[in-house]
Design a protein around this ligand. Structure first.
Ligand SMILES: C[S@@+](CC[C@H](N)C(=O)[O-])C[C@H]1O[C@@H](n2cnc3c(N)ncnc32)[C@H](O)[C@@H]1O
Length: 281
């Protein structure tokens, strides 16, 4: 027999070598097994686990030892204070991407009758969060991956943002002609030789969500180029990129005649989102 406290202690010891958040990982995985919040672990440390619970917990801890991200083991990840369902077919939501939400909400403040599109929606975090925060706006979301669209639709349902329209498309190819006030994207932007691809959680995420040709810039170029045909006058383009891509992304936006080009920093002080406006007649 094992109680909650000892199960966490044992699991955390096992995970110390492979994870720098061993105790937290153990707690989150146990909460998933017990289907209880973390407060339950504090309230009932002496509560015994059933054989079935212990067996499932051990299996998941072994998978975590092999490197499988906690989000894939428990099937969800929090973003902008909401839980999003994830699986190995989609990128795990990152706190960095909350900067895109903050900037989008700023662009949308005091505006009505707006229509926005989230390109490469993955688990749907950007489209669903914006639709939930601003139920008055029209939101379209697209992805080339059908698996991602399936998860994004589930998340949209869970968060009651059923009005989000999902389109299967490679960037703008199958997006019908339309005028968007915002084009938002967190596209793949990692160079295929980047050493981070062989480290941590990233090893388990879909390469199609991470890697882009031309030193990580090909998808950003394509989006910036074609967004010009879809943006309203003074509409904005917001793109997340790597911490070292600020100059390249600004140069891409300039080469396509965007105005008001600005790069914004995330909470760690890294330049991570570049925005621009389309007001060329
Ligand atoms: C970095 S992930 C971002 C996912 C999600 N928006 C987020 O922020 O967590 C990039 C997404 O772009 C999608 N993607 C990659 N190439 C694409 C393409 N050519 N057209 C549309 N989507 C694409 C991937 O399937 C993936 O879901």
């Amino acid at each position: 027999m094992t109680d909650i406290q000892s199960a966490i202690q044992d699991a955390s010891t096992k995970l110390t070598a492979s994870s720098d958040s061993a105790w937290l990982d153990a707690e989150v995985i146990l909460c998933h097994v017990l289907d209880r919040p973390r407060s339950h672990l504090r309230a009932w440390p002496e509560k015994q686990l059933s054989e079935q619970q212990l067996s499932l917990f051990s299996t998941l801890i072994e998978q975590r030892q092999q490197g499988t991200p906690v989000a894939y083991l428990v099937g969800s990840k929090e973003f902008w204070s909401r839980d999003f369902q994830v699986n190995p077919g989609v990128l795990i939501p990152r706190p960095d991407t909350e900067l895109l939400i903050e900037l989008s909400l700023n662009f949308l403040s005091n505006k009505t009758n707006t229509h926005i599109i989230d390109l490469g929606t993955g688990s749907g975090i950007i489209a669903v969060t914006l639709a939930a925060e601003r139920p008055d706006i029209k939101v379209t979301a697209s992805d080339r991956s059908l698996q991602a669209l399936e998860i994004a639709k589930l998340n949209s349902k869970t968060h009651h943002t059923d009005s989000v329209q999902f389109i299967h498309s490679s960037w703008f190819i199958d997006i019908p002609a339309c005028q968007y006030d915002l084009v938002i994207s967190n596209p793949p932007y990692i160079d295929c030789h980047d050493i981070h691809l062989s480290q941590g959680d990233v090893r388990f995420e879909p390469k199609s969500a991470l890697i882009a040709d031309e030193t990580g810039l090909k998808d950003i170029k394509e989006i910036a180029n074609h967004a010009r045909d879809y943006l309203t006058h003074n509409g904005a383009l917001l793109i997340e990129h790597g911490y070292d891509q600020q100059d390249s992304v600004q140069a891409i936006f300039k080469s396509f005649d965007y105005n008001n080009i600005k790069t914004h920093h995330d909470l760690s002080g890294n330049p991570r989102v570049t925005t621009a406006q389309w007001n060329v007649e």
